[in-house]
Design a protein around this ligand. Sequence first.
Ligand code: GAP
Length: 530
Amino acid sequence: MNERMEKIVSLCKRRGFVFQSSEIYGGINGFWDYGPLGAELKRNVKVRWWRSMTQQRDDVVGLDASIIMHPKIWEASGHTATFSDPMVDCLLTKKRFRADQIEPQSGTIYHFSGAKDESNGKSCAEAYSVLIPTGKHPEYARKIARQFYVGRGLTVPALLDERTEEAINTTRFNPENGSLLTEARPFNLMFKTFVGPVESADNTAFLRPETAQAIFAQFKNVLDVSRQKLPFGIGQIGKAFRNEINPRNFTFRSREFEQMELEFFIKPDEIAAKSAPKADAAPGQPQPNWGWSEWHKYWVDERIKWYASIGLDQDCLDFYWQKKEELAHYAKATVDILYKFPFGTQELEGIAARGNFDLTQHQKFSGKSMEYFDEEDKSRYLPHVIEPSAGVDRLVLALICHAYNEETVTDDKGKSETRVVMKFHPRVAPIKVGVFPLLKNRPEIVKKALEVRDLLRPHMTVFYDEAGAIGRRYRRQDEAGTPFGVTIDFDTLGEKPELLDTVTLRDRDSMQQTRVKISELVPLLLEKIR
Ligand code: GAP
């Protein structure tokens, strides 16, 4: 992990954004818990997605489906047969890797045809190889090979038929110790469990690896109750589980995570093309005759605007149009929205044009019609789908990485120090405002500060803090990413009569303080956090 990422991970633990799951028992790889600040941040992200994708639109409704569903769902979707990653194991340590994530290495390969043990006459005829960097002492390779044969039951192995070969960019060896790896084989990523008291094949079920399939399976029910007409969408936020071979990069690739998915159902191109465009539609606004590629572009644009609305503008994002040969077999196009993480530019969201693959499959496997009756066209057909699918945890990690700033600040006495400040957009910041009485031993100031806290609390998350010097209290909120600080002082009580019932409002990023009337605080802050 690079230095910046190490500082971010350490801040996450220190300030209670993210903890390792089950830490007191040594942790469990690929699982994470969100602490008080992380829980608020994550909640704000989900609330904003839900609001923008469902509540503020006439053409999208919500769903909250179960995590465990009928196993046939995963047969229909193709997950049972193909939702796998290629896996390899180290022949020495048994450590498991994703074959496609092994960095190519070059060096000298030492091959051995087997080994025999003179002390007890035992032998092992299994061939084995070790890769070491060119120029490294051969004894290193032999030591690894002897450990391998000890693992095969020999006590003092003598290596047989040593020969060497130069290798360039091979991915057949464990990058950590040079040992040969097994051949790659598929590893299904779905977590299995049993439904009911009997652990049998008939009762096997899976934790959902994506939220999307529940939306397809409930398409008809939602259509019947919501009185929607195509084009319309169904959105869902919820947990998904993947038994990733190598969870890594902090929360980026986890085994339990949350998704925010929209399945937006549209008419097939040939049906949509029959509709006349609206003469009065604003540029970029949906048109009845749009085909899948216009809708796909529309959703890419909508999602980019949404990321900007929570502080991730285009400068920190990247976009990747999957090449034809990379597309899933049913997809017509997929655009990945990527964030420039400290560990590399990586995917936050995929926006796929999935055709009518999923509904076709569920119709076939369930035997129930998934067709839509088009009243205008007087025809029945399977709608096509555009799917913006985002990960909550990845986005939270991107927001944390993006917010992390170190600044050198100099106080009135000329003393410099490093200020760690989390510059979250006020819309997602876990705490919106800190409320500070200047002195905690002045009951009249404390009383007023508590009144201000109670005035703000119904509208936003407030943190009241009276402990320590005011500068220290500001720093604590800087690290929590609180965008505003309100200080109640003697002027608030009328020491300068013209400042009666005013407070100082400190801006986290500029550290500028302005004097504001208490009566104006709520509308002023709401305007910035909404
Ligand atoms: N229904 C489509 C689908 O699930 P995906 O690209 O596999 O597509 C969508 O997943 C999003 O879910 C990703 O862009 C990512 O943000 C998130 N995601 C996927 N696997 C993840 C993992 N192991 N850990 C955290 N987030 C993950």
